[in-house]
Design a binder for this molecule. Structure first.
Ligand SMILES: [Mn+2]
Length: 407
């Protein structure tokens, strides 16, 4: 029997509105070590987006190295990490010579010409090979091996390149490990997946067809999409990101997936919830509704919760910007450091506004000149912004009266 833990999209070093997520990322890694111990994990499969950026900050790198060292010392878990679209090949592959000594396999880039370099036999506790994993990282254009004269648009090219790549790996596994359980890893946007707003698009609008994975793969450990989901039940699974990476991820729980292989077959798939280390709140409503939420709010335990406030009013009165800032300031005073408003937006939904408002953003033609002016002053942190704002408002009023029009 072999027990795998499938995770992805750590995005170490990620910042949300300039705030570092390192604290909750560290708590996740600590939790992950205890999870590997408790669940007796043989292999940890991390399906891409290890870091958030190509040149990760030093503190994020150190956190990652310490994790590898601790996992190696405190558990019997081996680890296989593939690169995602956020990862540079160098950031993943850089410590390969050292990593091998720690039972860490790093695959920063694929081997389109040589499947043997991308396939790794997995041994059980008795030292017998019981499964094999095709550890495929994110495929870039340079990795595509399309047949000469292949015609098709960009979506078809990407799909065909993936199909060819995975079929080659499947053939290799069938030839060299015929009676074992075959597992694939992938960092891609699969058809029927629901994204959040923290992934970066990878060339396909509609998602890759699921048949890029040959039937011989009994389990496909996917990364890229941050919301946990299964494009194909019990077989193609996105573990999801372990920490909330954006305010669009507040509605669902985070998890890792524990996959058990017995007698060369997948015998069990278990979704293990990850504790919420920092709560994120995304509040949308009128001034009155938001104020009610603020009044009722009791900051939870754990790291300081972060809140996004989206005020939506139908009509513009002109003083909304100042009111919003005042409301936020007062709330934060009352919370006394126990909660923090990280982001806010103002939106007007009245009939005079063209188009549909987008959540979390301010459509420029739906805001009065005075609101834009006030917001600009605020962002510039201008000292006398209130006085300036009043003067500007006076000018706008004068202009409107002389034009005989309305705002
Ligand atoms: Mn990602």
């Amino acid at each position: 029997m072999i027990r795998l833990l499938h995770t992805a999209d750590w995005h170490l070093g990620k910042r949300l509105k300039q705030q570092s997520l390192l604290e909750e990322q560290q708590l996740f890694l600590d939790w992950l070590i205890s999870c590997c111990l408790e669940k007796e994990i043989d292999y940890l499969l991390m399906a891409g987006d290890l870091f958030d950026v190509a040149n990760p900050p030093q503190d994020a790198e150190q956190m990652y190295y310490s994790f590898l060292a601790r996992l190696g010392k405190e558990t019997n878990t081996k680890i296989i990490i593939t690169g995602g679209n956020h990862d540079s090949i160098g950031a993943v592959n850089g410590i390969r010579p050292l990593a091998a000594a720690w039972n860490v396999v790093l695959v920063g880039e694929p081997f389109p010409e040589d499947p043997s370099q991308e396939c790794f036999p997995l041994t059980n506790r008795n030292g017998e090979v019981e499964a094999v994993v095709a550890a495929t990282p994110f495929l870039r254009e340079k990795d595509f091996r399309l047949p000469e004269g292949f015609e098709g648009d960009i979506e078809q090219r990407i799909a065909e390149a993936h199909r060819i790549h995975y079929h080659r790996l499947a053939d290799h596994c069938i030839q060299h490990f015929p009676s074992l359980c075959h597992v694939a890893m992938g960092h891609l946007f699969a058809d029927k997946s629901i994204s959040s707003d923290s992934e970066r698009q990878v060339g396909t609008m509609h998602g890759l067809p699921l048949d890029i994975f040959p039937d011989s793969f009994a389990y496909v450990a996917l990364g890229h999409i941050h919301k946990p989901q299964s494009p194909q039940e019990n077989r193609m699974i996105y573990a999801g990101s372990p920490n909330m990476l954006s305010f669009s991820e507040t509605e669902y729980a985070k998890r890792v997936v524990v996959v058990e292989v017995s007698a060369s077959e997948i015998s069990q798939i278990e979704s293990v919830p990850i504790p919420v280390f920092r709560k994120l709140y995304d509040w949308t409503g009128t001034f009155e509704e938001i104020q009610a939420k603020i009044d009722q709010f009791e900051p939870p335990q754990g790291l300081t919760p972060w809140i996004k406030i989206n005020v939506r009013e139908e009509k513009i009165q002109g003083n909304e910007c100042a009111n919003l800032l005042e409301m936020i300031q007062k709330a934060q005073q009352d919370w006394n450091g126990k909660a923090y408003v990280l982001d806010h937006s103002l939106q007007f939904t009245g009939s005079s506004n063209a188009g549909t408002p987008t959540a979390g953003s301010v459509s420029i033609d739906s805001i009065s000149p005075s609101t834009i002016f006030a917001e600009t002053l605020r962002q510039e942190n201008y000292e006398h912004w209130e006085t300036l704002n009043q003067l500007f408002q006076g000018l706008v009023d004068e202009l409107q009266q002389s034009e005989g029009g309305e705002a």
